[in-house]
Write a protein that binds this ligand. Structure first.
Ligand code: ZN
Length: 376
């Protein structure tokens, strides 16, 4: 029988690693990209098509699901897996990031964050204990600790105090998780390193999390507008402060070149709305850079979105047809563009895993960046 949670590293290349996370609901090949299923759906895609793209795990959003349709309701309806028809692992965020970016009239205290729903104005409290309870009700397999975020432009003093509170909340999250509950045999918990771009704060945060002990460690508070160079500067030290033998998850990242650079710096897991959101607005990712399919130059282009892509969309439909669908506002346009983009990300992750396993990551990454930039 598969253990609750294990992580095996099969090969390393520089700081990069490729491995497998084993959970009862299935294996997750790393480096992994998790499509975002905000409201119990990876927008415009059926779960079987998400799986066919090569995705081993998807992400659900605690903040959105607690407000609509409600965590207790999802629980009565079989948990997220049964409700949405996805039987493989699901990671849920803690709601911390979204409550602070989307909710109205938020009031932070040591207890948690009180807020009004952006949907209907109802009042709620999200605390470490409630966040863990909600994630358990949803049937999450990888539960995230609840943390506090402040802008990277805040003063070091504000950053330090938010990081320290996040570490107290990480301990409360761990204690709430250890108190048990539904699916206790089937879920793992990750802590989240904070500390903005400051090496000393990141180290204090990592040490506090390691002292508590988690199944995996996320790097939080990046990709919030600091730019790729600053993010990579932080990733030159942050992953190395976390345990070598546990998975490292960079939250909310990112563009294809962000992911390639982060994998080179030792990150194992990613999530981002970019492939799905871009698909709905007419942007397709290709090995030669992103293209906007609405552009008039594609009106009679009979080639596929990306000639090197192995996805069902590129096998069947032309750029001209997708150009027409997207310009006409047809639902199928959003569906096909999203499917191609999710495949692009999953193929990129498979290529990264193979390059690490074969010890040629630097050559692969340099070639990927050169081709991607040439088309832009
Ligand atoms: Zn394709």
């Amino acid at each position: 029988m598969t253990a609750r949670f294990s992580f095996a590293i099969h090969a390393t290349d520089g700081r990069a690693r490729t491995g497998t996370i084993a959970m009862k609901r299935g294996e997750i090949r790393t480096p992994a990209f998790m499509p975002v299923g905000t409201a119990a759906t990876v927008k415009a895609m059926k779960p079987g098509d998400v799986r066919a793209s090569g995705a081993d795990i998807i992400l659900g959003n605690t903040y959105h699901l607690m407000l609509r349709p409600g965590a207790e309701r999802v629980n009565r309806l079989g948990g997220l897996h049964g409700f949405m028809g996805w039987d493989r692992p699901i990671l849920t965020d803690s709601g911390g990031y979204q409550v602070m970016s989307l909710a109205e009239l938020t009031k932070r205290s040591e207890d948690g964050v009180a807020f009004k729903s952006h949907l209907d104005g109802t009042r709620h409290l999200l605390s470490p204990e409630r966040s863990i309870e909600i994630q358990r009700l949803l049937g999450s397999n990888i539960v995230m600790a609840f943390d506090e975020l402040v802008p990277t432009t805040s003063t070091r003093e504000v950053q330090a105090s938010a990081m320290e509170r996040s570490m107290r909340w990480a301990k409360r999250s761990r204690d709430a998780f250890d108190a048990g509950g539904q699916h206790a045999e089937d879920n793992a918990i990750f802590g989240i390193q904070q500390g903005a771009l400051d090496e000393g704060l990141r180290k204090s945060s990592a040490d506090a999390l390691i002292d508590i002990g988690f199944d995996g460690y996320a790097i939080g508070g990046l990709a919030v507008g600091e730019g790729q160079e600053a993010m990579f500067g932080c990733l030159d030290f942050a992953p190395g402060q976390l345990p070598l033998e546990k998975p490292r998850y960079l939250m909310g990242v990112g563009k294809p070149t962000d992911i390639v650079g982060a994998v080179e710096r030792g990150v194992d897991m990613f999530d981002c709305v970019l492939p799905t959101r871009s698909g709905r607005t007419g942007q397709a990712f290709t090995r030669n850079g992103p293209i906007n399919i609405r552009n008039a130059r594609f009106a009679e282009d009979q080639g596929p979105l990306d000639p090197a892509c192995g996805c069902p969309v590129c096998a069947t439909w032309s750029r001209a047809y997708l150009h027409h669908l997207v310009r006409a506002g047809e639902i199928l346009g959003a569906m096909l563009m999203t499917e191609h983009n999710i495949w692009f990300y999953q193929q990129m992750m498979a290529d990264l895993r193979a390059a690490i396993a074969e010890g040629r990551l630097t050559a692969f990454a340099d070639d990927f960046r050169a081709r991607y930039a040439a088309g832009q």
